[in-house]
Design a binder for this molecule. Structure first.
Ligand code: ASP
Ligand code: MG
Length: 448
C-alpha cells in the first residue's frame, strides 16, 4: 500500500502567539500531517535583519533593545507552555547564540553574508522549538521530533538566496519515517561546509515544497492568513474571489508575477513530483481554500490578475548591432553573471527593453557592466500587470476587451506570446489600481 505523506507549512501569522500555535497544531492533527514546516514568529525575521544592521553599524544600545524584545516574546511563549527543562535549555542556547553573533558583528562592524544568514536562521529555529512543544503536548500518542532543517535542506553557498541541491535533499529525506511527526524550520538550509544558508525572503513555502518533493509527499499544504489564492489582490479590488482550483502553470505564473501568497519557487518541486498543493487560512480552516493541481477542469481565458509594483524599465540600445549578431546573448549573459532574472522583455533589432525590480538598480556594478554593451536608459515608477489564464493568444476578441478596459492608461510595454498563460503590460504605478479594477470587472466578473 502506498503510504500517504502530508507536509504542512504554517506561516508567521499562524505562529504569531500561543493561540495561533494551538490553532495550527489542531489543523496539523486534523490533516494527519507527517511534517510541519514553520516560519518565524510574525515580524521576527524583519527584526533580526534590523538587529544585524544595527550591530554592523555599532549601534549597540538600539540593537540591545531589539534583541531584548525578540527574546522576551519567545521566552514569554515558552513560559506559558508546560515546563520542559530540555526545551527551556535549547531556547536559552539560542539566545546565547544570538548574543554572540551580535557581539561579533558589532565588534568587527561588519556583516558578512554568512553571518547574516546565520542570525536570520534563529527566527525559525526558535519558532519551531516552541511549536514542537505545543504539538507534543497535544499529540500524546505519537512521537513528535524537532528536526534541524539544516541537516536536510542542502544548498549551495550563495548566502542570502541559496539554491537547494535536490538530490542531496532526497537522500537526506530517506532517513525519515512515517511514524514520527516532524516539526522543522522553513527558510533555512546549509551548504557543504555546514554553514547556515537561507532560501530568500518568504522562503518557507519553498522549503516545505522541497521537503514534500524529497519525501514523495501525497499532499503539500500551505497554511497562511488568507483563505486561498484570490483572482486579484482584494486590497486593490474588493470584488476579488478565492479560486478553488488552479493549475500549476497558472499558479506558478501568479507567484512569479506578484501574487504575494506563495513564494515563486514553491510550485517547481510540486510539479516535479505531481504533488497537489493546498492553500488555506489557519483562521478560517473550514473554508475550501485553493487546490493547485497538474490538471484542472475549468480553464477560463483569464483566471487572475496580478500586479508587481516598483518596476523599472531598462532599455539597452546599440546602433552598431544593426544586422549584426550576439547582442541579446551578451545582454542575457550579463543578467546571468549578476544572477538577475529577466522578467519581461521586448526586442527590436538594435535595442532591448527589460523590466526589473527597482531594487536591481542599486546594483551599480550590473548597471556599469550593461553600459559596456550599449546605451542604457532607465525609467522608474512602473507596475507590471499580468493577466494569468489559459490559451491567452487563441481567444478571439480577448485583446479587444483588454484594450477597452485599459483605454485611459498609457501602456509603456507589453509582452504576449511566450507562454499561453500570461499577458503582461507595464503601466505607470498611479494608473495600476484602476487598470486592475477595470480588467477584473470585464474579464473575470463577467466571465465564469
Ligand atoms: N521568516 C522568513 C521571512 O520572513 C521566511 C518565511 O516566513 O517564509 O522571510
Ligand atoms: Mg510567506
Amino acid at each position: 500500500m502506498k503510504r500517504s505523506y502530508v507536509v504542512s507549512k504554517f506561516g508567521g501569522t499562524s505562529m504569531g502567539g500561543r493561540q495561533e500555535m494551538e490553532r495550527s497544531a489542531v489543523i496539523s492533527m486534523e490533516r494527519n500531517s507527517n511534517m510541519v514546516v514553520v516560519s518565524a514568529l510574525s515580524g521576527t525575521t524583519d527584526k533580526l535583519i534590523q538587529v544585524a544592521k544595527l550591530a554592523s553599524r555599532g549601534l549597540t544600545e538600539d540593537c540591545e533593545k531589539m534583541v531584548f524584545s525578540i527574546k522576551e516574546r519567545h521566552q514569554a511563549l515558552m513560559n506559558e507552555l508546560p515546563k520542559n527543562t530540555r526545551a527551556i535549555k535549547i531556547l536559552s542556547n539560542y539566545f546565547d547564540e544570538l548574543d554572540l553573533l551580535v557581539q561579533n558583528i558589532s565588534l568587527l562592524k561588519e556583516l558578512t553574508p554568512k553571518a547574516h544568514d546565520h542570525i536570520l536562521s534563529l527566527g525559525e529555529r526558535m519558532s519551531s522549538l516552541l511549536f514542537s512543544e505545543v504539538l507534543r503536548n497535544k499529540l500524546q500518542n505519537q512521537t513528535v521530533e524537532l528536526l534541524d532543517a539544516r541537516s536536510m535542506i542542502k544548498t549551495d553557498s550563495n548566502f542570502g538566496k541559496a539554491t537547494p541541491l535536490i538530490e542531496d535533499i532526497a537522500k537526506a529525506c530517506k532517513a525519515l519515517n512515517d511514524k514520527t511527526v516532524y516539526v522543522t524550520q522553513g527558510f533555512i538550509g546549509s551548504d557543504h561546509d555546514g554553514n547556515t544558508t537561507i532560501l530568500g525572503r518568504g522562503g518557507s513555502d519553498y522549503s516545505a515544497a522541497l521537503f514534500a518533493e524529497g519525501m514523495n509527499a501525497t499532499t503539500l499544504e500551505i497554511w497562511t492568513d488568507v483563505a486561498g489564492i484570490a483572482t486579484t489582490d482584494p486590497r486593490l479590488c474588493t470584488s476579488a474571489k478565492i479560486i478553488h482550483e488552479i493549475s500549476y502553470a497558472e499558479a506558478g505564473e501568479m507567484a512569479q508575477y506578484g501574487a504575494k501568497i506563495l513564494h515563486p519557487a514553491t510550485i517547481a518541486p510540486a510539479v516535479r513530483k505531481s504533488i497537489p498543493v493546498f492553500v488555506g487560512s489557519t483562521f478560517e480552516k473550514d473554508l475550501p481554500g485553493t487546490w493547485i493541481r497538474e490538471t484542472v477542469e475549468n480553464r477560463p481565458a483569464v483566471r487572475a490578475i496580478t500586479k508587481r509594483a516598483h518596476q523599472a524599465l531598462l532599455t539597452i540600445c546599440n546602433p552598431n548591432m544593426l544586422n549584426a549578431y550576439g547582442f541579446m546573448g551578451e545582454i542575457f549573459g550579463m543578467f546571468g553573471k549578476h544572477r538577475i532574472s529577466v522578467d519581461c522583455i521586448t526586442t527590436s533589432e538594435i535595442s532591448i527593453a527589460v523590466t526589473v525590480d527597482n531594487a536591481t538598480l542599486d546594483n551599480q556594478k550590473f548597471i556599469t557592466d550593461l553600459k559596456g554593451i550599449g546605451q542604457v536608459n532607465v525609467e522608474t515608477g512602473y507596475s507590471l500587470i499580468s493577466l494569468i489564464g489559459n490559451d491567452l493568444f487563441s481567444r478571439s476578441s480577448l485583446a479587444k476587451s483588454i484594450f477597452n478596459s485599459v483605454d485611459e492608461a498609457s501602456i509603456r510595454m507589453m509582452s504576449l506570446g511566450a507562454s499561453s498563460y500570461n499577458f503582461n503590460f507595464l503601466v505607470k504605478e498611479e494608473e495600476s489600481t484602476t487598470c486592475i479594477q477595470k480588467l477584473h470587472k470585464a474579464l473575470i466578473e463577467g466571465h465564469k
